[in-house]
Design a protein around this ligand. Structure first.
Ligand code: MRU
Length: 352
């Protein structure tokens, strides 16, 4: 798909009349499966099961879900519609606690609903559809800008290590950290190479990032998570770029479990460590980040298919960790790169 003259890759989410169409990324790389649903419960479960995942994609999907709930509502007046839309918003809010984009998008949709208080049902439904499509397009455009700012930090010969999946599949299109890589390689034709971590336990790196790199013809090498120290100690990595699920104004960043380990290793080896995320990931109010803990079976098995540990063993399964600001060289947003001290630079970025 081409947006503003740039190839933004595959579009994982589409808002249709009365339903949402999404790529079930849990099926990749084996199969590219599209799912269509008009059910908010099905959509919420898709987010919970990581059929739709990645902070920006979750936010866009929730916005689309709210629009779909409005479309399918039997409401005869504004108050009945408001009740149905709020019910959908509440269900979607309970899907995943860490990704700030989810709450940002739901709040933006509800704001649109509330400014239209007392208006005709049809007018409100149309406005919610327009808003969800706007959020989708904005996300793609923001990612292109993140790519543009981020690519300036890369040069010929760089080997960029990335974690989890931050590509088109994790967003409305183009990607964040992988968007920077895409922009540098495809638009600016920089001679860079990628190292992607597999990202245990749910393998977003090997299943999705590796898949996107192969689809796009970007040279990439896959490693297991415990090889990061090895490749860094051998001088095989020149930069790290990862995404984010929530960024506090203090510069603390929640991202996929293992990110903090990579940041510590990068600091030890003197390797610049960047975050790439849209400003919709910045939480301007919270002082702490809720971390999602997921089912033990995700760790005791490989994707629920192969048992690799006894059922009886206790397991810890935090889906995210927090990287403190002193390990972060810069945060690449659609409004430019924020550098330390982040309290100041992130505020500036938000106010732009
Ligand atoms: O559990 P996931 O797969 O939703 O976690 C995703 C990540 O941690 C990504 O790095 C983050 O959401 C940024 S995606 C552009």
């Amino acid at each position: 798909m081409i947006v503003d003259g740039v190839d933004v890759g595959i579009l994982p989410l589409e808002l249709l009349e009365g339903k949402i169409r999404f790529i079930n990324v849990a099926k990749l790389p084996e199969k590219l499966v599209y799912v269509e649903t008009s059910s908010i419960e099905r959509l919420a479960e898709a987010i919970e099961k990581l059929e739709i995942r990645g902070a920006p994609a979750i936010g866009v999907a929730a916005a689309m879900g709210i629009a779909v709930a409005a479309w399918n509502s039997k409401a005869r007046n504004y108050d009945e519609l408001k009740r149905d839309v709020e019910r959908a918003a509440e269900r979607l809010r309970r899907t995943r606690p860490t990704a700030y984009n989810l709450f940002w998008a739901i709040d933006r949709m509800l704001k649109k609903l509330y400014v239209l208080e007392g208006e005709d049902v049809e007018k409100v439904v149309k406005a919610l559809y327009d808003e969800a499509r706007k959020i989708q397009l904005e996300d793609i455009r923001n990612n292109i800008k993140i790519g543009m700012y981020g690519a300036k930090l890369l040069e010929d010969g760089d080997v960029v290590l990335t974690h989890c999946n931050t590509g088109a599949l994790a967003t409305a299109g183009f990607g964040t950290a992988l968007g920077v890589i895409r922009y540098a390689y495809k638009v600016e034709k920089k001679k860079i190479k990628i190292i992607a971590t597999e990202t245990r336990p749910l393998l977003q790196g090997s299943r999705l990032t590796a898949w996107e790199l192969v689809q796009e013809g970007i040279p990439g090498t896959l490693i297991t998570d415990n090889m990061v120290g090895y490749v860094m100690s051998k001088g095989m990595v020149s930069k790290v770029i990862v995404g984010a699920d929530r960024i506090l104004l203090s510069g603390h960043v929640a991202n996929k479990i293992g990110t903090y380990t990579i940041a510590v290793l990068a600091k030890h080896h003197g390797i610049p460590f960047y975050i790439a995320a849209p400003t919709s990931t910045i939480d301007p109010k919270s002082k702490e980040i809720p971390i999602e803990f997921r089912k033990p079976e995700e760790v005791r098995t490989v994707l629920g298919k192969v048992r690799i540990a006894p059922k009886e063993i206790a397991v810890l399964n935090p889906a995210f960790d927090i990287t403190p600001p002193d390990l972060i060289s810069g945060i690449i947003t659609e409004k430019g790169v924020a550098y330390p001290p982040f309290e100041e630079s992130l505020r500036e970025v938000l106010e732009k």
